[in-house]
Design a binder for this molecule. Structure first.
Ligand code: ZN
Length: 176
């Protein structure tokens, strides 16, 4: 396994719409290695998710996980989940603002509106389809990762950039 270089804001790969993965290629060694490396990279940089475009690969693959995360100490646990060709559909129309960060905007946090409850559909790393309903922070992470596959970043979803804060200022002035 390898820790991959993370693309940061300004790299064009973050703004591309990633094509879906063809299901017959999911079990190939190259895809499996990419998934393993994404998991390793997410854990190394203490993300709660990472999408393939963030490691310079324009493909619809994301991984998420949260357990005792130092960057998000209040986050509820999310089991390690590999999401290929992820689709996210809101279940209810209400949006809720909360703080969000991103390994591609490593020093920033901003209040970002997201749907509170969503249905996620994807293929697992063996190519099997699965779906589940997620709420709250889990739903937020899924919408964030789905956005990466569409070339969108959390700053695009903020209603205004007034709360966009450097992490140090966020900790000093906003953290509750
Ligand atoms: Zn991100």
């Amino acid at each position: 396994m390898a820790i991959l270089k993370v693309a940061r804001l300004g790299h064009p790969v973050l703004r591309q719409v990633a094509p879906p993965v063809r299901s017959e290629t999911i079990r190939e060694a190259e895809t499996q290695r990419l998934i393993d490396d994404m998991i390793e990279t997410m854990r190394e940089y203490e993300g709660v998710g990472i999408a393939a475009p963030q490691v310079h690969v324009s493909k619809q693959i994301a991984v998420i996980e949260a357990t005792d995360n130092r960057r998000y100490p209040d986050a509820p646990d999310i089991p390690l989940t590999v999401l290929i060709n992820l689709e996210v559909t809101p279940i209810a129309p209400e949006l809720e603002d909360d703080w969000e960060g991103c390994l591609s905007l490593i020093d920033f946090r901003g209040q970002t509106p997201r749907y509170q409850q969503v249905r996620a559909k994807a293929l697992d790393r063996d190519g099997r389809p699965f779906e589940f309903v997620a709420t709250g922070f889990h739903a937020r992470v899924l919408q964030h990762e789905r956005d990466h596959l569409l070339g969108k970043l959390f700053i695009d979803r903020m209603k205004s950039l007034e709360t966009l804060s450097y992490l140090a200022e966020f900790s000093r002035h906003w953290k509750h």
